[in-house]
Design a protein around this ligand. Structure first.
Ligand code: ZN
Length: 299
């Protein structure tokens, strides 16, 4: 049976998975991420060799940044040295002789959710990935993923929420990802207390620390404001929230929905749900993408 390898290059780890045509994830290995191109390519080659039993028809790669999905070229990525401008598809194909397909990580997470996850029923939806930052994907059945004129579309984390607000890594001020992400919760808490804790540490203190509660209430309200804007721009059937921080959703999802229903002018029936795949979304999406591209290329 035909198989593919899916690779998810994240901020702290690279995950590799092997999947058969029926969608079974046969193997999944996770390695720490290096922050430069040479080490990442080395890790990819070593792990492909380990996983390849001779039946691998294609490789799908999910990575952050602006990706030219036709050339498989990284147009811009701030997280890995040497990644910007790199022809990832061509370079790997020259080395391993297997077709390689590259796409944006938030889109791949959305693809996994659309295929066998919590976006299965949606013909159009918005995916938000809340981790260290805030990623976004815009999907419509008729057009697929919205990539924009220069592959920079769907950067939902960089919608300006608070003019002159917190400085973002993208150099704008007041971007949504400085208010709605795991790291944003830390910033909320720091503004109240002067202390620097991780998002997870703050969640752990909810019962005993009034400021932890306030910091989370702000995040929840900001998320509701933001989703109200999303509703007015895209009118999606659903908003699916994934990424590592969605693990903590039981502490904020209900209040976010309540706030959204209060804030939004026409909340309608739009659903707000948590993604099904926490850590595997990238690998599953990348595998699915590789299968879809193979089908497309074979006519
Ligand atoms: Zn930004």
């Amino acid at each position: 049976m035909k198989k593919v390898i899916g690779i998810d290059i994240g901020g702290t780890k690279i995950s590799f998975g092997i999947m058969d045509e029926r969608g079974n994830l046969l193997k999944n290995i996770v390695k720490p991420t290096q922050s430069n191109r040479e080490d990442i390519i080395e890790s990819i080659l070593t792990n492909i060799r380990e996983l390849n039993d001779g039946d691998i028809a294609a490789i799908g790669i999910s990575t952050a940044g602006f990706i030219d999905t036709i050339q498989g070229k990284i147009l811009f990525a701030g997280n890995i040295n040497g990644w910007t401008g790199f022809h990832l598809k061509k370079s790997l194909e020259n080395l391993i002789n297997i077709p390689v397909f590259v796409a944006n990580d938030a889109n791949m997470a959305a693809l996994a959710e659309k295929w066998i996850g919590n976006a299965k029923e949606f013909d159009n939806f918005i995916m938000l990935t809340m981790g260290t930052g805030l990623g976004g994907a815009i999907y419509d059945k008729r057009i697929g993923f919205w990539e924009g004129a220069t592959y920079q579309g769907g950067e939902l984390g960089h919608i300006i929420m608070y003019p002159e607000g917190r400085l973002c890594t993208c150099n704008q001020r007041g971007c949504a990802e400085k208010y709605i992400a795991g790291s944003a919760l830390s910033l909320n808490y720091e503004e109240l207390t002067g202390k620097n804790l991780t998002g997870y540490e703050i969640i752990e203190r909810l019962g005993v620390d009034e400021n932890a509660k306030k910091a989370l209430e702000k995040l929840s309200r900001d998320l509701a404001l933001y989703i109200s804007t999303i509703k007015n721009i895209f009118d999606p059937e659903g908003v699916v929230i994934g990424g590592g921080f969605s693990e903590t959703s039981k502490y904020w999802l209900n209040s976010t929905i309540e706030n959204y229903l209060k804030i939004c002018n026409r909340p309608g029936d739009m659903k707000i749900v948590i993604g099904k795949f926490l850590n595997d979304a990238g690998v599953i999406g990348a595998c699915r993408y590789a299968f879809l591209k193979l089908e497309e290329n074979n006519g």
